[in-house]
Design a binder for this molecule. Structure first.
Ligand code: NAD
Length: 359
């Protein structure tokens, strides 16, 4: 197959982890006889430096025309002054909104070999396989903001339609898994959460009688996620709660650097990115963990291109490399840590090896 993929490296370690992932995508294309055309464009701080805008028109136009978008990360201290007129993160919010990417999928499946890097006891991690579906284009991140000398406000707003579509997406995903959805809100305090709970209850009752729905308040969910992570299958929640819970859930896996995400709208076009940020503290040193971005490429193949077998090959190659103890500095002590280059080479070699064995 032929596919056009837009690559947005962004800032900090973004260019390092996307470069690694492009190599993996090309290796998959070679193995399966596909042709992926990869176009690089600017976003975030790099785009502000070059054009003054965090999301240049050319980037958005290319993303609209592409089959899928692969993103590194945006942001960094250079663009973070409180008085900065534009911020890199605005580019990210704008592209998600413009492409209508309302559902952010964040799978968390701790890898046994990396369990030692997690602060959670390993007996709690065995068998954990959960999927957080975070609403991505509504809520407090997008509401009106005000600021005066003495106070500031951020409006949290959700419509019925915004809740319905993301809950439906979570239920459809749960059907392909264990059929259990946990909807997370703060319905004891927030009006938006009471709406969220009502809508989630109705959608599951009327449209998904085969799905078991459970409601959790976000504060107790934060606790349960660490105390009994195996109890969860699909977790669906609003934008900010999902942002926080998924960073917490990353600790089940041992590092932010391991976790992928997919942002989907109504069609096949999606944007795929690791859940971590631009990690300015390690940028440019060649030590970033590329696995979160490489696994995001696997999600890209599965959800945007319908290439499930190819996606599984990447996931198996990553599993094999982690099993072999190839860990970057976020997972291994300094003297045992491998570089981004070494980890990427190991994954590409594993793909080639699997290809030879299959031949
Ligand atoms: P971060 O995720 O960038 O880093 C948190 C910690 O995790 C750091 O110690 C970092 O070194 C480490 N880390 C992250 N990814 C890693 C990887 N792949 N390999 C090894 N270690 C890794 O979060 P932060 O420090 O809070 O934010 C830094 C910048 O990134 C900020 O400007 C923030 O706004 C931005 N950010 C962007 C995104 C995005 O682009 N989607 C997401 C979160 C934060």
């Amino acid at each position: 197959m032929h596919a056009d993929i837009v690559v947005l490296p962004g800032d900090g370690i973004g260019p390092e982890v996307t470069a690694a992932t492009v190599e993996v995508l090309q290796a998959v294309a070679h193995r399966f006889g596909h042709h992926f055309t990869l176009h690089e464009h600017l976003i975030g701080g790099a785009a502000i430096d070059a054009t003054g805008q965090p999301l240049p028109d050319a980037t958005l136009a290319a993303a609209r025309d592409a089959d899928a978008v692969l993103l590194g990360a945006v942001g960094g201290p250079k663009w973070s002054a409180p008085e900065a007129p534009v911020r890199p993160e605005q580019g990210l919010l704008a592209i998600r909104k413009a492409l209508g990417l309302y559902a952010n999928l964040r799978p968390v499946r701790p890898h046994a070999a990396a369990a030692g890097a997690s602060p959670i006891k390993s007996h709690l991690l065995a068998g954990v396989d959960l999927l957080v579906v975070r609403e991505l284009t509504g809520g407090i991140y997008f509401g009106d903001k005000t600021r005066s000398e003495t106070q500031a406000t951020d409006l949290c707003r959700y419509s019925v339609e915004e809740v319905e579509r993301v809950v439906r997406r979570a239920c459809l995903l749960a059907r392909g898994r264990r059929g259990h959805v946990t909807s997370v809100d703060k319905a004891n305090v927030l009006e938006t959460s009471r709406l969220w709970r009502e809508v989630a209850t109705r959608v599951v009752r009327d449209e998904f009688p085969d799905i078991t729905l459970e409601h959790q308040l976000v504060d107790s969910m934060a606790m349960h996620l660490l105390a009994k992570p195996r109890a969860y299958d699909v977790i669906v929640t609003e934008n900010m709660f999902g942002d926080i819970l998924t960073d917490e859930a990353s600790m089940l896996a041992g590092s932010l650097g391991l976790l992928p995400s997919a942002s989907l709208g109504e069609g096949c076009v999606g944007m795929y990115e690791p859940i971590h940020g631009s990690a300015p503290d390690i940028a440019g040193r060649g030590i970033a963990n590329p696995v979160g971005t490489i696994l995001s490429a696997a999600l890209l193949l599965r959800y945007s291109l319908g290439l499930s077998q190819e996606a599984a090959c990447i996931e198996q190659a990553v599993d094999a490399v982690l099993d072999a103890g190839v860990f970057t500095a976020d997972l291994a002590p300094h003297d045992a840590a491998r570089s981004t280059r070494e980890a990427t080479d190991a994954i590409v070699q594993q793909l080639a090896l699997a290809s030879e064995q299959a031949a």
